[in-house]
Ligand binder design. Sequence first.
Ligand code: ATP
Ligand code: MG
Ligand code: FE
Length: 352
Amino acid sequence: DLVLSIESSCDETAIAVVDSHGTVCSSVVATSIDFHARFGGVVPEIASRKHVEAIVGVYEEAMAQAGSHFGCDTLTAADLSAVGVTAGPGLVGALVVGVAFAKGLCASTGLPLIAVHHLEGHLLANLFETPDLKPPFVASLVSGGNTMLVYVRGWGDYQILGTTIDDAVGEAFDKVAKALGLGYPGGPVISRLAAKGNPCAIHFPRAMMHSGDYQFSLSGLKTAVITYIEGENRAGRPIDLPDLAASFEAAVIDVQVAKAVTAVEQTGVSDFCVGGGVAANPQLREAYRKAFDKRGVRVTVPPMRACGDNAAMISVAALRSYRARNFAPLTLDADPNAPLGAWSTTDAPVPP
Ligand code: ATP
Ligand code: MG
Ligand code: FE
């Protein structure tokens, strides 16, 4: 059985094919990032148009790559068993492109359609290298649009412990990078700089650190960093970019780690995992390992290539739904605000 999945929730047009073991036969990602870079963030209208331009080519490439995986020129739709698609959350004008393409493919071939929640895809990207990861565990989902701590009681059984009350973690990286004129996205460039800097050089606030809950706030930190940059510029002092990046990251990481540790202790689980674009941050990965190793808690992260948006992770989620025959009707609509757990396949036994 082969499951093809489509991801178009933000600025990546991605299609991947996995086999029934979850082995990735092909994974193609086209990004419109260069067209957004000069605006310092994703422009929804541009993202939507670029998906329309890219999606047929990405489909053909994904089918050809999967074909060569099996030693032939290309797969055809007749080789597939199901079509998965990210139906939300994300930019509505971007999501509809993938959803319409998936529905068209299913309508013309009779293949079953599977709806996937984008963040569940980010979560299940942990299964690539840790296939034995099993609930219950605590997960941190940190990306360009989301920041949440989740108690995963079972697959598809998610208790959201807390979220950000303003900016997402990835968004804070992007805004700080923009203020420094470092382009978009900010995460990769900031983390490269931070690796060479002193995290204690500048003290930035650890917002909500002692709020006694699992909520996060990132916009004050972003403002503190921008105020610092402006102050140094006014004083005519050069900014030490590595020190600034490392100090900013330390303020983010301290709060993320502290709340994750409390969540793991309060739920009593022995597994913790991270998902989303920010999970690619080496300093964050290291900080989690350092905090949890000594507590005997296993830390799982996705492979680097599966942290940012891709369709392989969507196919992993779709494969679980395929096995459970959890299909979506062809009337499926994109839902830009879909709650985590929408369309999920739970551990509950499937009726015959
Ligand atoms: P969402 O998943 O919430 O819908 P998204 O899909 O746009 O948002 P992702 O592609 O999952 O977001 O992640 C992109 C974000 O990850 C960007 O904000 C980017 O700056 C951030 N990011 C990428 N690499 C790193 C890194 N090394 N360190 C920190 N942040 C990073
Ligand atoms: Mg993206
Ligand atoms: Fe994402």
